[in-house]
Design a protein around this ligand. Structure first.
Ligand SMILES: [Zn+2]
Length: 329
């Protein structure tokens, strides 16, 4: 729902991650370069180009793990020259188990282990604090999966470039973005216009806007029937290509028009929390409300700044509507 600019600090963090995404694991945990080496040895000698593909991932392991979006196309062309994309699905049988070539790479890169725990540990450490789906912001980016012993909560990660076509980016920092189970499954291998990361400092980092239509607010104020409320979704650049693409792919207006009760509550709060009442609260609870942001958070029940949109579901929607209503600045 918001973009993240790759500044020097973030790139430095990505480079640090790239050296060893499993840095917090024990020493005897087999790292991907070792497993890739084993995969290389297990592939038949006559499939030289497949071996070469694996060798290239080993050689460029660190660089690939922090590859910037602008470098992806050039790198992909190099990999395609070794092995065309159409050949990545070839089945190999290794130690009695058959699997597609790209799945063998993903396994060797230990993608499953990364999303189980390392991404969560690292994302806190990375300071990104993304806990919600970056596409819809309506849900947490966590799914529960069955395990032999019961269930386990895992981070759901979307690969911006699909791993069946870009297996070498399966654990690459800027290719991973937290998403909910719904958005991940509807997006599948499609590409969408919205990119989580940008290298252009002039890009608007907050490119979407939720709003409630004015006439629907008027109707609501007469009847207090929240079904009267109508939620809309725009791109802030004035061209609606981005918001239309996002809406088409993830049904954003469909999702948020089921959340009219939040809008109704914000309208009611606007009536209650006048500026003088807010000042009164700030004065009465000065230890509690050290800055205005905390009062705003309490009033709207969510984060009130753009930077924090990905910290809690519905933050973007709640902020935009609260701002439209002048409940927060
Ligand atoms: Zn989602």
């Amino acid at each position: 729902m918001k973009r993240i600019y790759i500044d020097d600090k973030l790139y430095h963090i990505a480079k640090d991650y790239a050296k060893d995404p499993f840095a917090r694991r024990r020493k005897d945990f087999k790292r991907p370069p070792v497993l890739l080496q084993e995969l290389y040895a297990a592939l038949p000698e006559e499939d030289a180009s497949y071996r070469e593909y694996v060798q290239k991932i080993i050689d460029e392991y660190e660089d690939l793990n922090c590859l910037k979006p602008s470098e992806v196309a050039r790198t992909k062309r190099k990999f395609d020259r070794i092995l065309p994309e159409a050949d990545l699905g070839k089945i190999f049988t290794i130690e009695g188990e058959s699997a597609k070539f790209y799945d063998l790479i993903i396994k060797a890169l230990r993608y499953d282990d990364l999303r189980k725990s390392d991404y969560i540990r690292n994302s806190g450490y990375l300071g990104l604090s993304i806990k919600t789906c970056v596409y819809c912001n309506a849900q947490l980016a966590v799914v529960v999966e069955k395990t032999a012993g019961g269930t386990q909560a895992k981070f759901q990660l979307d690969h911006i470039r699909p791993k069946s076509k870009y297996p070498f980016l399966a654990i690459s920092f800027f290719n991973l973005c937290p998403s909910c189970g719904n958005c991940n499954s509807v997006k599948n291998d499609n590409s969408v216009k919205f990119d989580l990361y940008t290298e252009d400092s002039k890009d608007d980092l907050n490119p979407f806007l939720f709003y409630v239509t004015k006439d629907s607010i008027v109707k609501y104020m007469k009847s207090y029937d929240e079904e009267c409320l109508k939620v809309g979704f725009l791109s802030t650049d004035g061209y609606q290509a981005l918001s239309k693409d996002h809406d088409k792919n993830f049904s954003i207006t469909g999702i948020y028009n089921t959340q009219k009760d939040i809008v109704a509550e914000l309208i009611q709060k606007k009536e209650i929390y006048t500026e003088s009442y807010k000042r009164h609260l700030a004065k009465q609870f000065k230890d509690l409300f050290k800055d205005e942001s905390i009062i705003n958070r309490l009033i709207i029940g969510n984060y009130d700044t753009v930077e924090d949109i990905h910290k809690r579901p519905m933050a973007k929607f709640t902020q935009d509507i609260a701002r439209q209503l002048n409940l927060i600045k």
